[in-house]
Design a binder for this molecule. Structure first.
Ligand code: RNT
Ligand code: ZN
Length: 454
């Protein structure tokens, strides 16, 4: 095995904990080699996969418009854990801190409602790249690529649940103009950063109860989207995506932008389809959709999330479905056609920990998938030897994955194992707890005065 690292004995400065991580890694490497897995190439590959962290976990999808509008759009954030970011500077500091606990180089996914307008109200159809200069500047410093989203909620013109499919021509014109403005902002980001910015359109439009007319809003939405996308922009600057959904809170009976609607739209317009893991029937998974959809659309955007009953946005953890998503990306060699983004929001736990847990789990799932003996498994399948396929799939579940993950963290300069949580607690004590002066905002079960949950 080609080791381009010090052997356990060659680095006298290694702490005992790090030495044991390295020794465990060496043994793990041998175990993986015995089933034909090249751990080194998995380590090289994982370091090249960016995950787009969603800015909105940091402030409960609040944004900085301070318009007093409810989030709406069927998005519900529950919990009142103290310490959420109140300003763009605080949010940037929190993201920077979260990223210091996550191995690899990643991206940041911004919403239009995170514009910085110096306290002035700028209408959403009048937003320009200048309102995102601080973000662009900071992202460049941090070597972070930016992705973007128009915001079709938390606005009085979206209060009745309709935006781009609105029956009122004036209201939908406003939202069309917002979509156009956001494409220009995304393209400016892409130009500034040298990698295309994925600009994802999700709208809440739908109805609580059964509509009489399911057809006309969909025809209107097609028209609105075509107007938004009318101007060709360089593919090196912007990638246009559209996100489907089965139902939302308050749109249980009908969502205009359903899966079938956007699948057809994305295929006919050759746009990128966004599959959100929480946007389907509770027993339906997106892992099986990846290869189906990629047969027809050029690229996919994933909103990796975790649906729990009616909520589509619990913090991502290492579930079977998360592993299945990662396996599909690796087994199908789809990583260069799929943008991996996260989409969850939990205000009942430390928000930075939520980012770190979700992103580390996404990366763990990808690394597990990269450590599969894929060619051997393929051969079993080609031979019709399904017994060997099943037995190998079960045996590799208990190979020492954790030792490789710890080594990856260690060599990436981020804490291995649960140690990162110590740093989050420290940040909570020294930074987050100062943001909430009133104890009234502490969650039930919290330690008075410390901002810490028990
Ligand atoms: C909503 C969609 C959408 C949002 C974000 C905030 O159901 O998943 O992606 O979560 O735009
Ligand atoms: Zn989503």
């Amino acid at each position: 095995m080609a080791l381009h690292r010090p052997s356990p004995t060659s680095n006298p400065n290694m702490s005992p904990a790090n030495t044991s991580i390295e020794m465990a890694f060496q043994l793990a490497n041998e175990r993986y080699s015995s089933v034909g897995v090249d751990v080194d190439s998995a380590l090289k590959k994982i370091a090249t996969i960016p995950v787009s962290l969603h800015c909105w976990q940091g402030d409960d999808v609040g944004g900085f418009e301070n318009s007093g509008n409810e989030i709406g759009g069927g998005l519900a954030v529950t919990g009142r854990y103290p310490g959420k970011a109140r300003t763009a500077d605080e949010l940037r500091a929190d993201i920077q801190f979260a990223l210091s606990l996550i191995p690899g180089t990643h991206r940041l996914n911004l919403h239009a409602s995170y514009a910085e307008t110096n306290g002035r109200r700028i209408e959403r159809n009048e937003l320009t790249p200048s309102h995102f200069q601080n973000w662009i500047h900071w992202a460049r410093e941090q070597k972070l690529g930016l992705d973007f989203n128009p915001t079709y909620f938390a606005h009085e013109k979206a209060a009745d649940g309709f935006t781009l499919a609105h029956p009122d021509r004036g209201i939908r014109q406003f939202w069309i103009e917002h979509g156009i403005a956001c494409r220009h902002i995304a393209a400016a980001m892409g130009k500034a950063q040298g990698t295309p910015c994925v600009n994802n359109i999700w709208i809440p439009d739908g109805m609580k109860d059964s509509p009489i007319d399911r057809k006309i809003p969909r025809a209107i939405l097609t028209e609105s989207l075509d107007l938004i996308f009318a101007e060709p922009l360089p593919a090196t600057h912007i990638i246009d995506a559209v996100e489907c959904k089965l139902f939302g809170l308050g749109s249980e009976s009908y969502v205009v932008g359903s899966h079938e609607f956007y699948l057809g739209y994305a295929i006919t317009r050759q746009k990128v389809l966004c599959l959100d893991a929480g946007h389907f029937h509770p027993t339906e998974t997106i892992s099986d959709k990846i290869s189906s959809v990629l047969a027809w659309v050029p690229q996919l955007l994933l909103h990796v999330s975790r649906g729990v009953r009616w909520d589509s946005d619990h913090v991502v953890i290492l579930t079977d479905e998360l592993q299945a998503i990662a396996q599909e990306l690796v087994r199908g060699s789809f990583l260069d056609r799929v943008h991996v983004g996260l989409d969850f929001f939990d205000a009942s736990i430390n928000r930075i920990a939520a980012w770190v847990i979700g992103t580390r789990c996404m990366l763990k799932a990808l690394m597990m998938a990269l450590l599969e003996p894929i060619s051997m498994l393929r051969q079993f399948e080609r031979d019709g030897d399904f017994t060997s396929r099943l037995s190998m799939l079960e045996e590799i579940k208990t190979l020492p994955f954790g030792a490789v993950w710890d080594w990856y963290c260690l060599t990436s300069g981020v804490p291995a194992g649960p140690a990162w949580m110590e740093q989050v607690r420290e940040y909570e004590r020294t930074v987050l707890s100062l943001r909430d002066s009133s104890l009234a905002s502490s969650p039930p079960g919290s330690v008075p005065g410390s901002g810490l949950a028990r």
